[in-house]
Each structure stands twice: as structure tokens, then as C-alpha cells.
Design a protein around this ligand. Sequence first.
Ligand code: AQP
Length: 317
Amino acid sequence: MTRLSAITPSGHAHLGNHLGALRHWARSDGPDDLYFVSDLHAMTVSYNPPRLRSLTRELLAVLVASGIDPSRLCVQSDLVRELGALSWVLECTCSYGEAARMTQFKAKGGTAARLGLLTYPVLMAADILLQGASKVPVGDDQLQHVELARSLARRFNASYGEVFVVPEAVTPPTAARVRDLTSPDRKMSKSTRDAAGVVFVLDDPDLIRRKISRAVTDSLDEVAYRPETQPGVANLLEIYAACTGTSPRDLTFPTYAALKSAVADAVIEELRPIRSGVTTLLSDPAELDRIRKAGADRARTRATHRLDSALRLAGVA
Ligand code: AQP
């Protein structure tokens, strides 16, 4: 069983990425599991190239410092030639209607949208199929894309010959959905304009404390786990529970101030080793380059045979 997941460098990694994804990836035990920084996916909207390069490097360092085995890591663009080739084969296996039906394209697309926004689910299928991933842990918003990868794998195999593993979407084990601290009606996001509600993994302890102390609560002045009626307080309880391995329903705090102070302590401790690991890694560019190159070599080795077979069966190369 090979699992595959990615994080897009659309901004700095935040507490939600850490609690909902990265720390689970660090417990991954499949020898062929692969986690990658999906920098090619960040190009589907307007972006700044030097910033993209720097965020990609920073995210790779965050993944390593989070404890993910470096042998399971890579940067997507290091395989851009292999992925570009397979994407073309898969685009020629996919109908326009299938791509245009994707709800994310329907939500963000339009005549001015980049063509890459329409075709990026096919690139995602190439990510999955090139590595022979059998399990793809995704949230609801990405289920449709894994379905597309399944359809394309089955269609290619039936039309030209068996080469692709048909992947399966798996729902990650009740991953915490961390909410924005100032707008708890929406999830914490990398690309949110107002950073006040987002705790970034690399924020310094003082800033983390300040952001959490300003988190939106309510006027009930009662610390209870009621996500429907007290979403801000529930979010803080969930964050505390996730950091301390407890259940949000079992927690008691006398005041909102006491809750916020405990949450800040827990988050600072949770993120401290990552921040320190990233500082060390970014101060040693040669080591990060070595990790990146080794990851790219391994991923390419796994991909080449499958890509060559697909091109041959498709009647090209
Ligand atoms: N708030 C969150 N709580 C829990 N998990 C989260 N993830 C993202 N936000 C939260 C998980 O992090 C992994 C990587 O995310 P992604 O790069 O695929 O992008 P995303 O889900 O769209 O994350 P962001 O941070 O909100 O980015 P933007 O702002 O660009 O949309 C995924 O496993 C995701 O579930």
C-alpha cells in the first residue's frame, strides 16, 4: 500500500496544516509512502516566482522538521518533465466535460481563469498514477479529483494496456479542522489575507501568544464545548485537545483568559521543535539541497518505468 499526500506552497504552513496533516504524515510507516510540496499546483492562480521558490524551500524544511522521514519527501517540480509527459497522455484520455465538471473549477474558473486551473486535476492524477499510489488521503473537497484519477487509470488500462494502479481515496482519521482564530466560521488557511487569525508554524512564541489572546470568543463567558453556538471557544478547546492528546469535551477552564493562556502554552510547545528544526535546516542550505535531490532521485526512479510503459502503450516514444 502506497500513500501519497501533498501540501501546496500557496503561503506559510500553519497550525491547521500541522495538526490536520503534517503530524499524521510523520507517523506514516509505508515504505513507499510519498509526501511532496506541490509547487506546480501553486501556479494555477496569480503568483510571484521568487516567493514561490522560497515558500517551496521553507515548506520542505517544515516537512523535514515535522519528523517526516526525508526518504518519503520530494518537491513536485523536480519531476516536472515526467509529470508534464504523463499529464499530456492523461489529458488525451480525459474529456473536456469531465475536467469542466470539477466543482473547484466551477467555483473559481471562468473565461479569464488560467487553463491550468481546468487541467490541474489531471496533473494531480499524474502525481498519483506516476507514483503508483494506492491510497490518497483527502478531504471532501478533493474527493472528486481522486475519482477523476481513478477513471483515467481505468480508462487508460482498458484502452491501451494495464500500467496504472487504480487509486482509492481514503478519509484521514478524524483530522482536526482548525478554524481561523478571528473568523471561526472558516478554516485556518495559508492564503488568508488577515494573518491575525492564523498561527503560522514559524511564528515566534510572543506572536503566537498575542494571536491566541486576541482569538474571537463570545459573551457567554462559559468555557464549554459547543461548536454550534460557541465556535470560537470550541476551536480553542479543539486546538488544546489536539496538542495535549485529550478530548475537547473533557476540558474545564475557569475563564476565557485561562483557556487562552493554556492554549498558547500548548501551541508554543507543540511548534517549538519544528521552528527550531527549520532554523537549523535553513542555515545549512547544502543539507536541504541534499535531502531534496535524494527525494527527487527516489521519486524519479519509481516513476520512470511506469511512464515509459505508458508512453509505449500510448503509441509514442
Ligand atoms: N485548517 C485546517 N485544519 C486541518 N487541516 C488542514 N489542512 C489545511 N488547512 C487545514 C490540511 O493541510 C494539508 C495541506 O493543505 P493543502 O496545501 O492541500 O491546501 P489546503 O487544504 O487548501 O490548505 P490551506 O492551508 O487552506 O491553503 P490555501 O489557503 O492555499 O487553500 C491538507 O491535508 C489539508 O487537509
